[in-house]
Ligand binder design. Structure first.
Ligand SMILES: [Zn+2]
Length: 365
């Protein structure tokens, strides 16, 4: 969440959802030697949007193809380095670089890291919010307000409060593009800690999610198949309207969990957060607006949960519970661009939500 580069307001303000330009064709990368570039400034915003739309079309139209598997795995690699960025921006980064792990704006390098960008560097483009005085009625900046049907005239534009009036392309740069070598410590969201310590920390974090998400950790002796709680027990409070839902399986975690137990527990926790409506009210709306009214939504949410698990496992260097090929992306077949990017946003939000306390605990360690 950085200040917006005042220079970027020179770009044409283009909301990524409001363009409709079918003249641009994007060829998505199919190997690590391929990358898209948004260096050409004419049509940059349109090309960026076309690229992410093409990605979504590929994923939802051909979920079982090799190309989809490749693009999804490339996204997971890159997005795990940027769990706090949006679905659209992590997609853009993954399309421009197969393994980019750190990229911030010109101002951030200058102000936060005291580093300068080398001459003639091509940045990687992402969307940044444009902050400007905003019409209280239509929410647009003055120029778009003037061009629209909006008749608001109660207060003059000089009195309007500033807000996000659109999104504009903004370049970000990697450590290699700065005048100093080496990567800043902040490159990775987690500081390096010995694996055994990290496992202990993660165990504590998962147990601390217990109260917050109604996730129950059970002692290992209770995970014996005969003692395990029934998986499809209906929550008493939800039994009426939402009886298709069930309390999902409980998170099992021993006192000294193995990496694979950790991966399973992370998966179960992400599933609770994304697909269990008894946990969802705890989350802010933008993470998990309650939209699991239909039974069809649940498998799609389960797919989001597995993506979130992959993101977290990538950061923690743990093998995810299922390989990328087993991620049920076909449950998203035929979905729209917005649905897909919302799902990526939720997977990232949940990954970030799990990673933040782990990061805090690891730093305090
Ligand atoms: Zn207006």
């Amino acid at each position: 969440m950085h200040a917006v580069n005042p220079m970027s307001t020179h770009h044409q303000h283009t909301h990524p959802d409001k363009r409709n330009n079918s003249s641009i064709s994007v060829s998505l990368p199919s190997s690590d030697t391929d990358a898209l570039s948004f260096q050409t400034s004419s049509n940059r915003a349109e090309t960026m949007r076309e690229a992410t739309v093409a990605w979504a079309k590929q994923i939802t139209g051909y979920p079982e193809s090799d190309k989809t598997q490749y693009l999804l795995s490339r996204w997971l690699t890159v997005a795990s380095n940027f769990p706090q960025r949006s679905g659209r921006n992590t997609l853009l980064l993954s399309l421009q670089h197969p393994s980019i792990s750190c990229a911030v704006t010109y101002e951030t390098w200058n102000e936060s890291y005291d580093r300068r960008i080398k001459r003639d560097q091509d940045g990687f483009f992402i969307w940044s919010p444009v902050i400007a005085p905003q019409c209280p009625q239509c929410g647009n900046a003055k120029r778009q307000h003037d061009a629209s049907d909006c008749e608001y005239s109660k207060t003059p534009p000089s009195d309007w409060e500033s807000g996000v009036v659109g999104m504009a392309p903004e370049p970000v740069y990697t450590p290699k593009q700065t005048t100093q070598f080496g990567t800043p410590q902040e490159e990775r969201p987690l500081p390096r800690v010995p694996p055994d310590d990290l496992i202990t920390i993660i165990g504590k974090v998962l147990r601390s999610l217990e109260g917050y998400y109604h996730i129950t950790t059970v002692p290992p002796d209770e995970t014996h198949p005969e003692r395990k709680a029934p998986r499809h027990k209906t929550h008493p409070l939800k039994s009426h309207a939402l009886d298709i839902y069930s309390l999902s399986e409980r998170v099992s975690l021993s006192n000294s969990p193995t990496p694979s137990e950790i991966a399973d527990a992370l998966h179960a926790s992400a599933t609770e957060m994304l697909a269990n409506p008894t946990a969802i009210p705890q989350l802010p709306d933008w993470v998990s607006p309650v939209k699991t009214e239909s039974e069809l939504e649940v498998p799609k949410r389960n797919c989001e949960a597995l993506l979130a698990t992959h993101l977290v496992c990538n950061v923690l260097n743990i093998t995810p519970p299922e390989p990328v090929e087993e991620i049920p992306i076909k449950t998203w077949y035929g979905e729209t661009y917005k649905q897909v990017t919302d799902r990526l946003d939720r997977a990232l939000a949940v990954a970030s939500h799990i990673l933040t306390p782990i990061q805090n605990a690891a730093q305090a360690h």
